[in-house]
Design a protein around this ligand. Structure first.
Ligand code: GLY
Length: 292
């Protein structure tokens, strides 16, 4: 029998609200694993698991996304399959499930990435309804953070380690087919129009026949290091745990604060970070393990 595997992370920014975090991650991988167990595809498993995380509100993705400098929520998401298909949205507003729109970009367009108003228009044409992703909790956090800023214009962000709450899921189905996906509200107080690593192919998400990876952390540095691609490239020669160690050692050397989850072609898992803590949960062949 082939391995059935699904792994999710809830960001590498620490373990606040552990109970809600645990509930969200466990539910996400359970929903995804049920699909895999019933012979469903890793694409469906990843999409549905990320939709659970996007609804959880504790994470920085979907409802409960962090607010940018002007108080707007702009979300990024991407999905990639082992056969090289890719879809992403950047700086999209007012949808409930950015990952769903990313999948629609992958399956219904000739493009890889749609952004801003164009992405939103496309989503509406696909029947995706208006949704306000701002929560009272995240508005309060935004107000507190904004009060600490010295300037209203191009702030140098600080205490970034508290803000890495991007979610990701990687899954392998009964055909050994791997899909990776990532979703985020970006970095708190980002400038309007800022796009992070999450929708950039090879930065936030990457998959090929050797494996699949989703990253979380400081987007600007993850883009510069193409961290997801780099990790999957290591998997050509090495198993997932070794590739994960090589990738996070590299990230540490170049001062890229990140967390990485992934699965290789043999169903082995990687789960590494160089931040204070990263919450994660996986189910492999019926056994669940987690950290949060
Ligand atoms: N890693 C998420 C972001 O920087 O936008």
């Amino acid at each position: 029998m082939k391995n059935l595997v699904i792994i999710a992370n809830g960001g590498a920014g620490g373990i606040n609200f552990p109970h809600r975090r645990a509930q969200g991650l466990k539910k996400a991988v359970s929903v995804g694993y049920e699909i895999l167990k019933n012979g469903g595809s890793s694409i469906d498993a990843v999409e549905q698991a990320i939709m659970v995380l996007e609804d959880t509100t504790i994470f920085n993705a979907g409802t409960g996304s962090t607010l940018g400098l002007t108080g707007e929520v702009e979300m990024d998401a991407s999905i990639m399959t082992a056969d090289g298909n890719y879809g992403a949205v950047a700086a999209i507003k007012n949808v409930r499930y950015p990952i769903q729109v990313a999948r629609l970009v992958m399956e219904k367009t000739d493009h890889l990435l749609l952004c801003g108003d164009g992405a939103l228009k496309f989503a509406r044409l696909c029947g995706i309804k208006y949704h306000n992703p701002k929560t009272k909790e995240k508005i309060r956090m935004w107000e507190r953070a904004k009060n600490r800023l010295k300037s209203d214009y191009f702030p140098k962000l600080y205490k970034l380690k508290e803000l890495y709450e991007t979610v990701g899921v990687v899954a392998m189905d009964t055909n050994g087919f791997i899909t990776a996906g990532t979703s985020t509200g970006g970095i708190s107080l980002h400038l309007p129009g800022r796009v992070g690593d999450t929708p950039i192919i090879g930065a936030g998400t990457y998959a090929n026949k050797y494996g699949g990876v989703s990253t979380t952390g400081h987007g600007e540095m993850i883009m510069k290091t193409l961290l997801a691609f780099r990790t999957v490239a290591y998997m050509e020669k090495y198993s997932a745990p070794v590739a994960g160690k090589m990738a996070i050692d590299y990230a540490t050397r170049v001062k890229c604060r990140a967390g990485i989850i992934g699965i290789d072609r043999e169903g082995k898992i990687l789960c590494v970070n160089n931040t204070e803590a990263m919450s994660w949960c996986y189910i492999k062949n019926g056994t669940m393990k987690s950290f949060y």
